[in-house]
Design a protein around this ligand. Structure first.
Ligand SMILES: [Ca+2]
Ligand SMILES: [Ca+2]
Ligand SMILES: [Ca+2]
Ligand SMILES: [Ca+2]
Ligand SMILES: [Zn+2]
Length: 624
């Protein structure tokens, strides 16, 4: 598919019945070079082009953007209800500002997006704005009752209590919005999150927010670290090893303990160095933030609230996560995620969170060791005959077997919805992107990827994590957004862009580069396939739909239900070439047509009965 030949079709459809009058919003898409749509909401997921340029009076390009496209996002008062979260520089040095969407002053779950600036105008949008929210914002259940519901909905934990409650707008899988409380339930080494409907008391979602892996490890050899006198603290890199009560360990008579502290300090040092030298990022938060490691005497490894906890049991004192560099770097990368995309630790966004930790954590180890064949995670943590915890190259060989392609993914609710299990899809995508290779998926069969090597691959991943992924990004969105990152860094039509498509396709997410439909679940045109009456995309009166005619054979069908007699008014506009429009009844009889060379083409047709009607759009003589 040649991107340069995709042109936009704007359809305005409105039905004037005897009882209802609809008005149609029209959006100027002239500056838009590319749009991806979100599968769930059918609102834009990614836009690129000359999107918004303020006049001297307007000043703020973000406000101009949000006002200009609000009917495309099907949301009101976006310019007033979007708040800046932070500014980040992407790898090209360009400014990206992250925003949070609010509804009547209440944050919208997953409603975060990035606007990219160039010379005081907006050149890209990435993320999610939730459309058509309409909820009463006064809770009918008291905070005390919500607190009880929240605490009783999660597993037992030492001294657990609801530490924080926030009102949040929650969109469920059916697209219904709920006024909810997001409850943060914390205790010792314990952190659950639950969303409870503020009117019905229903628990909408809950998940364990501690990111951990729990196996065992061996030690590395001689390493270089910085110490502060006898303390295991590197004041230059701003990282240290402390005990449960926050006291920094000092070198002493216990040589085993000394070696473990050295090991841990070295591991965080390597993670910090990798981020600084390879990703040009100062610590996990990009601002030189401190990296404490809590070394404990139980077999565990997790990231929680700005701290890494690592431990091994005294009965098996020479093994445990302590000796495993990629496990420490994995936990470090959770800290990076929390300070960037902040992917919610549940279902697919949680799997992407885990994949990020495996991808970046193992990249740290590959960089330190120089071993480019290392695609194993936790290989130094295992005993009892197991070689590694997870294999990024061969997911079915992992300690807990992982899926090899998307349609084989785990869809149950264990493991926070399979966050560790389904991480393999992101892991294998990344390994193929680096190395290349041929991989089988149920939907695409064998797909061949040409490797683009480590530096380009990690740049794309890092750009997506820091300027495009948001808290509820899923795998299909991750595909579109990593493609956008590759386009930003290497140009549209570059090998890197093609191989990102191929690598996702290889694990069953979207189609390979060069295939006709061009995309995955969130296709570049949200309404395809719609090449026949039986595949017609259903539209509703009063709305604007943005289609594309991809090639000389593309035909687009739409259908709508008229619930009474009345007049059908159709407008086909913003045409890239000579496109025509036809109206049919449900038996396929042509009722009217608009086949001039005009832009817009219009149809006004009186119908005498209710029913389903069909609209066909195509290019005259194959024009596109
Ligand atoms: Ca490894
Ligand atoms: Ca089309
Ligand atoms: Ca079509
Ligand atoms: Ca025409
Ligand atoms: Zn993890």
């Amino acid at each position: 598919m040649n991107f340069g030949r995709k042109f936009s079709v704007l359809i305005v459809l409105f039905l004037l019945s005897f009882t209802l009058i609809f008005s149609a919003g029209k959006v100027d898409l002239s500056g838009v070079m590319k749009i991806n749509y979100n599968n769930d909401t059918k609102a834009p997921l990614y836009m690129k082009g000359d999107l918004a340029k303020p006049t001297k009076k307007q000043r703020d390009p973000a406000k101009v953007f949000l006002k200009k496209y609000e009917s495309l996002f099907r949301a009101e008062r976006l310019d007033e209800e979007s708040k800046k979260i932070k500014t980040v520089r992407d790898l090209n040095g360009n400014k990206n500002v992250k925003y949070q969407q609010y509804y009547k002053g209440i944050p919208v779950r997953g409603g975060q997006f990035y606007l990219e600036y160039r010379n005081n105008s907006i050149v890209s949008f990435a993320g999610k704005i939730k459309p058509e929210i309409n909820v009463d914002t006064t809770p009918s259940i008291s905070e005390g009752s919500i607190r009880n519901i929240a605490i009783n909905s999660v597993p037992r934990g030492e001294n657990r209590e609801v530490k924080k409650m926030e009102l949040m707008i929650f969109r469920d899988k059916k697209g219904i919005y709920h006024l909810s409380f997001k409850n943060h339930i914390r205790g010792k080494n314990y952190y659950w999150v639950s969303y409870v409907d503020a009117n019905s008391g229903e628990t909408l979602l809950k998940y364990n927010n501690i990111k951990n892996v729990s196996k065992t490890a061996y030690y590395d050899g001689t390493v270089e670290i910085n110490m502060d006198g006898s303390q295991y603290e590197d004041t230059t890199r701003n990282t240290w090893v402390e005990n449960d009560s926050g006291t920094i360990y000092t070198e002493g008579a216990d040589t085993t303990q000394n070696e473990k502290c050295v090991q841990l300090l070295w591991s965080t040092s390597m993670a910090l160095d990798y981020f600084e030298q390879k990703l040009n990022r100062d610590s996990w938060d990009g601002q030189g933030g401190a990296v404490p490691v809590n070394y404990v005497s139980s077999e565990t490894a997790f990231y929680y609230n700005g701290e890494i906890t690592i431990g091994d049991a005294t009965s098996t004192s020479d093994i445990g996560f302590v000796g495993d560099l990629d496990a420490v770097a994995h936990e470090f990368s959770h800290g990076f995620c929390e300070n960037s995309a902040n992917l919610e630790y549940s279902y697919e966004s949680g799997a992407l969170n885990e994949a990020n930790s495996d991808i970046v954590g193992n990249s740290v180890e590959r960089w330190v060791s120089g071993d480019t064949s290392d695609w194993q995670v936790g290989e130094d943590a295992m005993r009892n005959g197991y070689d590694f915890l997870r294999s990024m190259i061969d997911p079915s060989e992992s300690y807990n077997s992982q899926p090899e392609y998307y349609s084989d993914r785990y869809t149950g609710s264990d493991d926070n919805g399979g966050v560790h299990i389904n991480a393999s899809l992101g892991n294998k995508f990344y390994q193929l992107l680096v190395d290349g290779g041929t991989w089988y998926s149920e939907n695409n069969g064998d797909t061949t990827v040409q490797g683009i090597a480590e530096d380009d691959a990690i740049s794309i991943w890092y750009d997506a994590m820091t300027t495009k992924f948001t808290s509820t990004t899923d795998y299909f969105e991750a595909r579109d957004l990593t493609i956008a990152s590759a386009e930003d860094l290497f140009g549209t039509g570059s090998t890197q862009v093609e191989q990102v498509k191929n690598a996702w396709a290889a694990v069953g997410i979207g189609s390979p580069a060069g295939s006709d439909d061009g995309g995955g679940g969130s296709d570049e045109e949200a309404y395809e396939p719609n090449d026949s009456m039986s595949e017609a995309y259903e539209v509703t009166s009063g709305n604007t739909y943005n289609g594309y005619i991809y090639d000389s054979n593309d035909i687009d069908y739409y259908k709508f239900v008229a619930d009474s007699a009345g007049t059908i008014d159709l407008e086909l506009s913003n045409l890239a070439a000579d496109y025509d429009m036809y109206l049919y009844d449900s038996s396929g009889n042509q009722l009217d047509k608009a086949y001039t060379t005009n832009d817009p083409e219009t149809i006004n047709y009186d119908i005498s009965s209710s029913g389903t009607y069909y609209i066909k759009v195509n290019g005259y003589n194959g024009a596109y």
